[in-house]
Structure formats: structure tokens, C-alpha cells
Design a protein around this ligand. Structure first.
Ligand code: AMP
Length: 241
């Protein structure tokens, strides 16, 4: 029996938390590292995506990976892939800004599952819409979710953070600040001139539609850019806020 932790590399403590969780589920943990071209709509973003294979092997092994797997393109897509549709939720939020992104994600995850045949897979809440779509699509494999790992000051760890300058990084803190006060998040985000908002919304966790007054499980989701670097984050909205 095997648990898989799919990643695109440039591994950090967030990925390590996923690998540790996977080790709690099983003694065989495959960490896949594959920068999937299908989920990038922007060629420059794909090209600039950080790649740190040597440290990734160390980081993954330290966290408990029993295999670190770097498949190549042909292994994943031996023939032209027929993409899996992500449905209507796949066109919202991240999907609206990145057309085809979630179809690319579901397609690669499906191939990884076909090859590795895991009993379970671990994903991060950091990419909440991705997690939602994966849970809804893959019903035969246990999908385990790990809460977002943050820096001491609240910034969600992301492979893309490498591309932030010191002042960008300071500006990025506006996102976790806004999540702490979901009723005022638009207003708070607007105070940071370096943050270019894509969306900030409170959604119903069950349906991924905009939350209403009677929604029980609500989550605030935010995405935008700082100096061209796309950042996203989310948090549970407590019922009294
Ligand atoms: P990526 O390598 O960015 O595609 O991410 C691989 C997996 O790690 C996905 O399931 C992400 O949701 C998860 N992940 C990324 N950042 C974090 C974080 N800060 N905390 C927890 N999980 C994360």
C-alpha cells in the first residue's frame, strides 16, 4: 500500500507537513515532483517556476518520503492527453483567472494515480479550490487534507515566495491580515497599494458558491498579485464573524 504526495517541487515546510501526514497513514510514501505544463496558462510562469531538485530530495527524505519520483513528460503523457473537465466550479475563482488550470490539475493527478496506484493521497488546504475539485472527482482514493503551514508572521508558505523581495514579502502580509477579519477583507486589502486584487470572497465550503446568511461552513478565499507574483490563501470563517 502506498500514499502519494503530488507536488511541483521547490519543497518547503508545507510540503513536509503533507509528507509527515502521509507517513502517518502508511509506511510507503511516494513524493512526486512534476511541473505539469497542462496546468499553466502562462508560458513565462511555467518557465520561471522554481526548480530545486537536489534540495527537494533531501527535504522530502527528511520528512519521511520513501521514494522521491521525478517523472518526465513522456512518462506522464505518453500520448496527447485527453483532459478531464473540472466542471462549473473549475471555472470559478482560480479557474476564471487561469483558464484550463483545473482541467490540467485533474488530468495530471489522474495520471499520477494511474501509475502509482495509491490507496490515499495527501493535499494541502492552501490550494482550497484544488482540494475541493480533487475530493469531488476522485471518489475511490482517500483524499487527506493538511492545514496551511505559515511563516511566524502569518504568510502562507508557497514555492512562489522565493520570487518575493523583502518589501514584496512585507506587503504580502496583508493577505493573512485580511483573512483574520473576513467581514472587512476587501477594505483591508485595499490599504496595501502593492497588492493587486484578483478576488476576495466568502464561499460555502460544500458548494464553492458564494456564501449566504444561512451557510454553515464558510471559508474566505483571496488571490492576487504582488509585483507579478500570484499569491493565494484561505481560512475558515468562524460562524460568529
Ligand atoms: P505545489 O507543489 O505548490 O503544487 O503543492 C503541492 C501540495 O502542497 C498541494 O497539495 C498544496 O496544496 C500543498 N501546499 C502548498 N503550500 C502549502 C502550505 N503552505 N501548507 C500546506 N500545504 C501546502
Amino acid at each position: 500500500m502506498t500514499v502519494i504526495v503530488p507536488t511541483m517541487g521547490a519543497l518547503h515546510k508545507g510540503h513536509q507537513a503533507l509528507i509527515k501526514r502521509a507517513r502517518e497513514l502508511d509506511k510507503e510514501v511516494v513524493v512526486s515532483i512534476f511541473v505539469n505544463p497542462l496546468q499553466f496558462s502562462d508560458a513565462t510562469d511555467l518557465e520561471r517556476y522554481p526548480r530545486t531538485p537536489e534540495t527537494d530530495i533531501q527535504v522530502a527524505t527528511l520528512a519521511g518520503a520513501t521514494e522521491v519520483w521525478f517523472p518526465n513528460y513522456e512518462e506522464i503523457y505518453p500520448t496527447d492527453p485527453v483532459q478531464i473537465s473540472a466542471g462549473s466550479v473549475g471555472d470559478l475563482y482560480e479557474g476564471a483567472s487561469r483558464p484550463g488550470h483545473f482541467a490540467g490539475v485533474l488530468t495530471v493527478v489522474n495520471r499520477l494515480f494511474e501509475i502509482v496506484k495509491p490507496t490515499a493521497a495527501v493535499f494541502g488546504e492552501k490550494d482550497f479550490q484544488q482540494l475541493w475539485l480533487i475530493k469531488n472527482h476522485f471518489k475511490k482514493i482517500e483524499i487527506d487534507a493538511v492545514p496551511t503551514v505559515r511563516e511566524f508572521d502569518g504568510l502562507a508558505l508557497s514555492s512562489r515566495n522565493i520570487r518575493l523581495t523583502e518589501s514584496d514579502r512585507a506587503a504580502a502580509l496583508i493577505i493573512s491580515k485580511a483573512l483574520n477579519e473576513p467581514a472587512r477583507m476587501q477594505e483591508i486589502l485595499a490599504t496595501e497599494p502593492d497588492f493587486k486584487l484578483d478576488y476576495a470572497e466568502i464561499i460555502d465550503e460544500k458548494t464553492f458558491q458564494k456564501a449566504s446568511a444561512i451557510t454553515q461552513h464558510r471559508r474566505a478565499i483571496i488571490a492576487g498579485w504582488i509585483n507579478g507574483v500570484r499569491l493565494l490563501d484561505n481560512a475558515v470563517v468562524e460562524t460568529n464573524s
